[in-house]
Design a protein around this ligand. Sequence first.
Ligand SMILES: NC(=O)C1=CN([C@@H]2O[C@H](COP(=O)(O)OP(=O)(O)OC[C@H]3O[C@@H](n4cnc5c(N)ncnc54)[C@H](O)[C@@H]3O)[C@@H](O)[C@H]2O)C=CC1
Ligand SMILES: O=C(CO)COP(=O)(O)O
Ligand SMILES: [Zn+2]
Length: 357
Amino acid sequence: MDVTQDMNAQKKWMQLPRDVVVGHGVIDDVKNVCADLKLVDNALIVTGKSTRKIAGDIVHDSLVDSGQNVEMIVSESASLKEVDRVRRQAVDSGVEYLLGVGSGKSIDVAKLAATEIEVPFISVPTAASHDGIVSSRASIKDGTKTASIQANAPMAVVADTEIIANAPYRLLASGCGDIISNCTAVLDWQLANRLQNVPFSEYAAALSSMTAQILIDSADTIKPELESSVRMVVKALVSSGVAMSIAGSSRPASGSEHMFSHALDKVAPIPALHGEQCGVGTIMMMYLHGGDWKRIRDALKIINAPVTAEEMGIEDKYILEALVLSHTIRPERYTILATGLTPDAAEIVARKTKVIS
Ligand SMILES: NC(=O)C1=CN([C@@H]2O[C@H](COP(=O)(O)OP(=O)(O)OC[C@H]3O[C@@H](n4cnc5c(N)ncnc54)[C@H](O)[C@@H]3O)[C@@H](O)[C@H]2O)C=CC1
Ligand SMILES: O=C(CO)COP(=O)(O)O
Ligand SMILES: [Zn+2]
């Protein structure tokens, strides 16, 4: 390989948020963050029905008071149809930037719409339920399929710990599950590198693993309605998002446990939250890796995140169906699942780890 080729092979474009603001009442700083980024007019806010009242209206009024033209759209679902609707409104109104104010669905719709029209996007999460609040990934439904789409990372993340602490604690516990899932995601990534020479970033892997380990070690500090707990989880989600940006993919934070979660989204009539499913998936995939699955399970229990099918409100049969389906979710991504679990092997995993009784 000549020098130019080698240099191209080494080229990597890492997109990271420019500003990350975390703290009590920082929602009032959104206007200052926009000013700092020279985003001073023509904004479109994407929010949810309930999160509009919690934060969307506050951000809207604050930006209007600072002299900006601001439109707001309530997004019902994280679907391609919704992204198109937002994109069309943004183009028709000639907006200069978008803000996702709410939970994962609103943030993903804003993130992908902003990417498609090549304008900046600011993430203002009202819950710390998964690392999508920071990442450059967008999970968007296209019919019955949910695709994980590469998008632009938010230019800024403004996480108001007071608002997030007041969200249902289940959402914070879900965010913890998504962080703890980094444990098996990194093990899968290392395995894929050894067996298939898949490109691997030591820095992204170390950051991702360390983030999960710190949270596991601090599990007993994660309590409902505590802003210090929110700060810890948000910083961990930021860290996971940065690891994905360094890697240029979701590999540091998404492995076999995520494939299980995506499979459960397909087969379960009423799936649980993303982070909850990933947490339970991590228990079982850690067992397959021959790792300390009990430590994972104990940490999730301390945090009061679900560790069984029953606690997720999902029937055992869907856990087994999802386990057998998991390896087909992203066949190009090699993990411990390899060519897939047989039905009897799936039952052994789920029973040994007490996910099903
Ligand atoms: N882009 C990415 O990297 C990722 C994206 N996702 C996607 O994110 C979506 C799931 O996001 P989630 O936030 O887990 O669920 P969600 O977006 O469905 O929100 C869950 C519920 O929490 C409510 N909520 C949010 N903040 C609240 C607050 N402060 N007070 C009271 N209620 C509040 C919402 O109104 C909603 O009813 C899915 O579409 C999933 O595919 C999941 C993981 C990663
Ligand atoms: O959820 C994610 C990381 O936590 C994103 O991963 P996916 O690429 O599997 O959607
Ligand atoms: Zn995730």
